[in-house]
Design a protein around this ligand. Structure first.
Ligand SMILES: *[C@@H]1O[C@H](CO)[C@@H](O)[C@H](O)[C@H]1NC(C)=O
Ligand SMILES: *[C@@H]1O[C@H](CO)[C@@H](O)[C@H](O)[C@H]1NC(C)=O
Length: 316
């Protein structure tokens, strides 16, 4: 039986390279200065149920808070906005028998204001979401993220999609408010301590995910990342999404289309933590909302017919 194997590793040495200056305007040339960007185990990918394998040993991932004091800093680094979470949380239970991973930071990828479709890096059944959050962690076997970065599976990143809804997401609002203060590169702002990553994600969401071996999605594209992408998206309103789309990058242009297109899965295996029935339910739910609306109408018509009959009986 195919299973996700954490303990048997092919250790491939990664040579440290300087990412230099790079931009989302020239993704096609990333491979020139950074050989790993042209590699065969790159991220993001299209997450397809049909090519994935269920591994019943992949259990719910636990995000554990280590300390609650201190205010996290939100930085505009010219490529994205990044929330520093050093020493705040650890991830447990990433894989059977795996060590803990320390959360280092989280950051975002999005599209632009005239496009509510594209923006996420990973695709779900070929579809994109308008925003994707990456929670970047490193194995506790390493002293810091720099040491970990060039070792296979020494980094673990959790990707979370966002879908547009009418109502703003209150758990996300402290980050949105801080965005107004970091419009330009190099700006940094404190995020209100009302921001609670555990609350934002919710416990249940950590159960259903895809798992594969991949890379950093920006130069130098090191192939050192154990990827987890949650199936169930978070919610965000249009106003909240627009707060990202108004940020400025290192060229002082609007920060737009900060996502890398999907790379081929190639010979890699894509695993999932959930059995068949769950996802089919999810896909069915998404696709049949309109059908259900139709069904409701039909039910209402039947009710009206019955009431009419009753009324006639009473009158007669
Ligand atoms: C999976 O593959 C089967 C057969 O190849 C196809 O009928 C089905 O629509 C696919 N499902 C999805 C969700 O792509
Ligand atoms: C999303 O991206 C695709 C591929 O680049 C493009 O063809 C499409 O027009 C984009 N969608 C919107 C709404 O801009």
């Amino acid at each position: 039986m195919l299973q996700f194997v954490l303990t048997i590793l092919l250790i491939v040495p990664i040579v440290i390279e300087s990412a230099g200056q790079w931009s989302y305007d020239s993704i096609k040339t990333w491979g020139r200065g950074n050989r790993y960007c042209a590699g065969h185990s790159q991220s993001p990918i299209d997450l397809r149920y049909n090519v994935s394998t269920y591994d019943n040993r992949l259990k719910k991932i636990v995000l554990e808070e280590q300390r609650t004091w201190g205010t996290p800093e939100f930085l505009n680094n010219g490529h994205t906005v990044q929330l520093d979470l050093k020493k705040r949380y650890v991830l447990k239970n990433l894989a059977p028998g795996s060590e803990e991973y320390s959360v280092e930071q989280l950051h975002f990828h999005w599209g632009h204001s005239a496009d509510n479709t594209n923006g996420s890096e990973h695709l779900f059944e070929g579809q994109s979401y308008p925003l994707e959050m990456h929670i970047v962690t490193y194995s506790k076997w390493y002293a810091n993220i720099r040491d970990a970065m060039t070792n296979t599976r020494a980094l673990a990143v959790v990707g979370v999609f966002f879908e547009l809804t009418e109502k703003p997401n209150p758990s996300f609002q402290p980050l949105i408010e801080a965005l107004a203060k970091i419009q330009n590169e190099g700006y940094q702002a404190e995020v209100s301590d009302l921001f609670d990553l555990k609350e934002l994600l919710g416990d249940k969401r950590m159960e259903r995910y895809y798992r594969y071996d991949g890379s950093l999605t920006t130069p130098p594209c090191y192939e050192s990342v154990l990827w987890t992408v949650l199936v169930d998206p978070l919610k965000i309103s249009m106003d909240q999404l627009n707060a990202f789309r108004g940020l400025h990058d290192f060229k002082t242009k609007l920060m737009a289309n900060t996502y890398r297109p999907v790379r081929p899965l190639g010979t890699r295996k894509l695993f999932r933590s959930f059995p068949t029935e769950d996802i089919q339910e999810g896909i069915k739910l998404r696709m049949t909302t309109e059908l259900n609306n139709g069904q409701n109408l039909k039910n209402n018509m039947q009710l009206i017919a019955i009431l009419t009959c009753l009324l006639m009986v009473v009158v007669l």
